[in-house]
Design a binder for this molecule. Structure first.
Ligand SMILES: [Zn+2]
Ligand SMILES: [Zn+2]
Length: 415
């Protein structure tokens, strides 16, 4: 979808950014560094709240670039602060550092050395790209106005435990100096390599987690009539919950209810006493969020009661909707569009969720995706797959984009 319906608006844009600086040559020179750092982190992934080695690597690299560093911020978080030569705005750039509990099957030569832990969401590349941007900006310190804060955040994937953005905010990263703009980037297999994808307003969903314990009454597998079989009831419930999306909320309102974990029983001929279901819900507005949550409760209680079981339902809010500031997003869209060799597109909201949303509640900013799907390189598996592969050729564009946004927004309106 094109943003520019008239030649006038395109001309106005060209005039506006006629003086836009490009860091792509410098990012290209740093390509070997970006790949080296990314592979090192990829081979040594660390789970949420345990990113000690990654944080140590980040702190070391920032110090080497002459950037002031604070460690153990909100847990394992690391913050770098680069002050420019003249007054201006403070821009925060954020990368997440955590890996996922998943056995890697990518076949990469630098695959994870930790059993059952893998960088399957590309956060390794986020760290590398942000370190690249930090090095670029540090080498332009004399031309930089204001300040740039580099936020290396733990535990983005740990929504059920509150994530890692909130503890960093509580630790004061959006203050002293106060952050005026905040930006974040995520690699995404949904989009072709070298494509920046974003939108104004809601970009990603609010997420919530739910746990449903079905309480039956166990017995012998040969005599189900003497029991209340929680496995059977859970199966009915999993199916019934899908009526929320298909039959009970407005079909044009984005929403998802997914039961992702089912646990019950110990062996083939014992009907157990209970069954545990866990899942996630996604919505992009508050009304639908409340409606979906209340329907999960209603359906759980009704289905269980119908078959003589009881249930306990716990629903918790995880991350809020990620909302890009429309004015800032428009400028980001224009700036990204100036990066040679890339394409910038507007996309509909996605039902993934991000704790970057908490940063966007503290300062205007924009979150955007960088596509990393390239069939010719075998980069086809989705994020969170054990076969997920980042197209490393896109990292220089990501590093360039972060440096560009920080440089332009820190000097925005400042003479
Ligand atoms: Zn993820
Ligand atoms: Zn992620």
């Amino acid at each position: 979808m094109s943003r520019f319906n008239s030649l006038e608006s395109l001309k106005a844009l060209c005039t506006r950014f006629a003086s836009t600086i490009s860091f792509l040559d410098e990012a290209t020179e740093l390509e070997g560094y970006l790949i080296r750092i990314r592979r090192r982190i990829h081979a040594n992934p660390e789970l949420a709240y345990h990113e000690q080695e990654t944080a140590a690597l980040v702190a070391g690299e920032l110090k080497r670039a002459g950037i002031r560093v604070e460690t153990r911020v909100g847990g394992t978080g690391v913050v770098g602060v680069l002050e420019g030569a003249a007054p201006g705005h403070t821009v925060a750039l954020r990368a997440d550092m955590d890996a996922l509990p998943l056995q890697e099957l990518s076949g990469e030569e630098f695959a994870s050395k930790s059993k059952g832990v893998m960088h399957a969401c590309g956060h390794d590349s986020h760290v590398a790209m942000l370190l690249g941007a930090a090095r670029i900006l540090a080498s332009h310190r004399d031309d930089l106005k204001g300040a740039v804060k580099f936020l290396f955040q733990p535990a983005e994937e740990a929504a059920e435990k509150g994530g890692g953005a909130k503890p960093m905010i509580v630790a004061g990263v959006m203050e002293r100096p106060k952050v005026d703009y905040v930006f974040g980037l995520h690699v995404f297999s949904n989009f072709p390599s070298r494509t920046f994808a974003l939108r104004p307003g809601p970009l990603m969903a609010a997420s919530g987690t739910f746990k449903i314990r079905v309480l039956g009454r166990g017995g012998h597998g040969s005599a189900p009539h003497q029991t209340v079989d929680p496995v059977f009831v859970a199966a009915q419930l999993i199916t019934a919950l899908q009526a929320i999306r298909s039959r009970m909320v407005d079909p044009v309102e984005p929403s998802v209810v997914s039961v992702c974990s089912v646990h019950s029983g110990t062996r083939n001929n014992i009907i157990p006493d209970d069954a545990m279901l866990e899942g996630t819900m996604r919505t992009v507005d508050d009304f639908t969020k409340r409606r979906v949550a209340s329907l999960i409760r209603q359906i759980s209680y009704s289905v269980c009661r119908t078959f003589g079981a009881r249930c306990e339902v716990e629903i918790e809010d995880a991350y809020p909707v990620t909302v890009n500031n429309p004015g800032v997003e428009a400028e980001v869209f224009s700036l990204l569009s100036t990066i040679p060799g890339t394409k910038t597109v507007e996309v509909p909201p996605l039902l993934v969720a991000e704790d970057f949303s908490f940063f966007l509640r503290k300062a205007p900013g924009t979150y955007y995706f960088l596509g990393t799907r390239d069939e010719s390189k075998g980069c086809v598996s989705p994020n969170h797959s054990s076969r997920f592969k980042v197209d490393e050729d896109v990292m220089k564009y990501g590093a360039d984009s972060l440096a560009l946004l920080a440089f332009e927004f820190s000097g925005r309106g400042v003479r």
